[in-house]
Design a protein. Structure first.
Length: 228
């Protein structure tokens, strides 16, 4: 346990040191090497913790943001909030805890073709973290549709936020409210369609295979599997 804690402290130390350089050098090997020097962590250990250097630092920064959001949500009393308000709060907490320039550098990195899939996976993981923190218990196809919708909302909001120069990012929060409203309207439309006789017939016929889709058991099982 002490060894594990020591590794986590070293990882946090390198990441923290890197954030001082990313604004100038991006999530790069240069930032990684500077972080090693500043943190005092041995180069061998740092490389073991971040094999790809700057790329793994960027991943760790994003994942740390998700963890901070979960912790912040756990401290909030969500009982008085409507569900859409809880989702908005989660996204606001996620962005409030992030450094805009570091996120901008990360967005540029994960926009590169050879990192795009990993970047999309990080956005998906954030959406999953939000739904899980808010108590989502779905295990069927809706598990995927909820996270797909929220991934689109979160990704669009981040891009808007990066260019937002309004006071306290008020324009971003207004943009987020509009996107959530779009999703809510879609969910109402979907719920109505599911009650239609034609849809029920499809679910008993050609679309019955969808009943076999289940949520993944863990991160290693993404993007999911077919049951039995």
């Amino acid at each position: 346990m002490d060894s594990e804690n020591s590794m986590e402290r070293a990882k946090a130390s390198v990441l923290q040191a890197a954030t001082m350089h990313v604004a100038f050098d991006g999530w790069s090997e240069a930032s990684f090497q500077a972080a090693i020097i500043d943190s005092g962590v041995s180069p061998a250990l740092a490389r073991a913790l971040f094999p790809r250097g700057g790329v793994d630092l960027a991943v760790a920064y994003h994942q740390a943001g998700d963890a901070a959001m979960r912790a912040a949500l756990a401290e909030r009393d969500l009982g008085a909030l409507r569900f859409r308000e809880r989702v908005v709060l989660a996204i606001r907490l996620r962005l409030d805890g992030a450094d805009k320039e570091l996120v901008r550098r990360g967005s540029a990195l994960f926009a590169l073709p050879h990192h795009a899939i990993e970047g999309a996976g990080l956005i998906w993981a954030t959406a999953d973290a939000i739904w899980t923190a808010l108590g989502d218990t779905s295990r069927d196809l809706s598990w995927y549709s909820k996270r797909a919708s929220l991934s689109a909302v979160y990704g669009a909001t981040v891009l808007f936020w990066l260019g937002d120069t309004s006071d306290r990012d008020e324009a971003t929060w207004a943009f987020l409210d509009r996107r959530i409203e779009n999703v809510m309207q879609f969910e109402k439309l979907k719920a109505g369609a599911q009650k239609a006789p034609g849809f029920q017939a499809l679910m008993k016929g050609p679309l019955k295979i969808l009943e076999r889709i289940s949520a993944p058991k863990g991160a290693a099982d993404l993007p999911g599997k077919m049951k039995g």
